[in-house]
Design a protein around this ligand. Structure first.
Ligand SMILES: [Zn+2]
Ligand SMILES: [Zn+2]
Length: 434
């Protein structure tokens, strides 16, 4: 409503179909705003780790059934839910995806609906929090589903709604996420012509949306290194082999893999250690130390070179300490690069501009974060965009990022995400995009 005068002036210049679609979008979105907020708060207060989204999936499936969707399927890739909305008019077949999982993070906020949930992760007690904002994704997509269901008779085409578990990766020893949803045939039963998704993002302010054509988000791979020493008394290090000092050296040397060996003037590369585990007591030098971490790349050659260098550094540094290193890189199957289809992107970005205003649409740089949306976008043309989460007036670059215990979602993001996604879908289905 802020730009109502400007909008009124511009509407006079638009063709009738576009004008009708814009007014329809705003009317549809306004009707579901309250529900989207309520769903998001409810899910935020009841977060569930990957492959454990039982309550969330039940809520989603019940809503989709209540809306009269066809072919509501549950239990896909453990807790995934899909359903189809068949419009009354001929048109394209598309898929819309939201992820449902939370993270092993203890929330630090005084929100009335802050999470108090706990669980276990890799054998340890943890807090559980929607620190990546997937609660917002589920709320927004449920709202979009309800809005589109209300115009089913005049809606062109068919829409597959995908509510996916374990975007952040399944628990150790389990399969999960987008790759598993595809392995279980969701695109065999319903082959979309395009797939859309969004992510709330701390580095943009509420009100903004971000996009990028082509490669947008990095490939991510995990690694696992076990440095094997020989346990001894802390007072007699010469009586054993110290894996802690070897690991410290290994971590330091590993910093040169990116900074000294990769041409980061061409494309960025990141290598980070995320956990180090070794020892139990102040006066025991432990037998072994386990190190885990992540590698982010945009190029297959660089990816393979980092794998080889990390293996070499870990084994060689351990050897120099008289220890050994067992290196698994990649440890599990990683996520490929998330690439937005250039032709689809060119068609869709005007819809984002329509939905939130030109000044609020930001062309992004490469994002080192990864997304398993990449698996869908490998199968069919995909478009994945970002929705700003940090309150207006705050420096979004300095705001606590996604995955932080202080990650904060300004709920304006819910309204913006709902409008942006609805506009993208309506324009795409009516063929009135850019
Ligand atoms: Zn995340
Ligand atoms: Zn996420």
């Amino acid at each position: 409503m802020r730009h109502s005068l400007l909008v009124a002036a511009l509407l006079a210049l638009l063709p009738c179909s576009a004008l009708a679609a814009d007014a329809q979008m705003e009317a549809l979105a306004t009707k579901v705003d309250g529900k989207v907020q309520a769903w998001r708060r409810d899910i935020h207060q009841h977060p569930e780790l990957g492959n454990r989204e039982v309550r969330t999936a039940k809520l989603v499936a019940e809503h989709l059934r209540a809306l009269g969707f066809d072919d509501v399927r549950t239990g896909i890739a453990t807790t995934g839910v899909t359903a189809v909305l068949r419009g009354g008019q001929p048109g394209p077949r598309i898929a819309l995806r939201a992820d449902m999982d939370a993270l092993p993070v203890t929330e630090r906020s005084d929100l009335p609906f802050a999470s108090k949930a706990t669980s276990t992760f890799r054998g340890e007690p943890v807090g559980v929090m929607h620190a990546c904002g997937h609660d917002a994704h589920v709320g927004i997509l449920l709202g979009v589903a309800e809005a589109l269901a209300s115009i089913k008779a005049e809606l062109p085409g068919e829409i597959l709604f995908v509510f996916q578990p374990a975007e952040e990766g399944p628990p150790d020893g389990e399969e999960g996420g987008a790759e598993e949803m595809l392995a279980q045939g969701i695109f065999d039963r319903f082959k979309p012509q395009a797939v859309f998704g969004l992510h709330v993002f701390s580095t943009l302010n509420a009100g903004q949306v971000g996009w990028r054509s082509g490669p947008a988000m990095a490939a991510s791979d995990r690694f696992n290194i076990v440095v094997q020493g020989r346990q001894t008394h802390g007072s007699r290090p010469w009586g054993g082999v110290d894996p802690i000092v070897a690991s410290a050296d290994l971590i330091g040397t590993a910093q040169t893999i990116v900074s000294r060996r990769q041409d980061i003037s061409r494309l960025p590369v990141v290598l980070s250690f995320g956990a180090i585990k070794g020892g139990i007591r102040y006066n025991i030098i432990p037998d072994a130390v386990e190190l885990v971490g992540t590698i982010r790349t945009f190029d297959e050659g660089m990816r393979q070179a980092v794998f080889a260098d990390l293996k070499n550094v870990a084994e060689s540094v351990a050897k120099a300490h008289g220890a050994t290193a067992v290196v698994k890189v990649p440890d599990t199957k990683g996520n490929p690069v998330t690439a937005n289809d250039p032709a689809l992107t060119a068609r869709v970005v005007p819809s984002l501009r329509k939905a939130v205003g030109d000044a609020n649409v930001v062309e992004m740089g490469l994002v080192m974060g990864a997304e398993d949306f990449s698996f869908y976008a490998r199968e069919v043309p995909g478009f994945f965009f970002f929705v700003g989460a940090t309150p207006r007036g705050q420096d979004a670059i300095k705001a606590p990022s996604n995955h932080s215990p202080e990650f904060f979602l300004d709920e304006e993001a819910l309204k913006v995400g709902t409008r942006a996604m609805l506009q993208v879908v309506l324009d795409h289905q009516h063929g009135t995009g850019g």
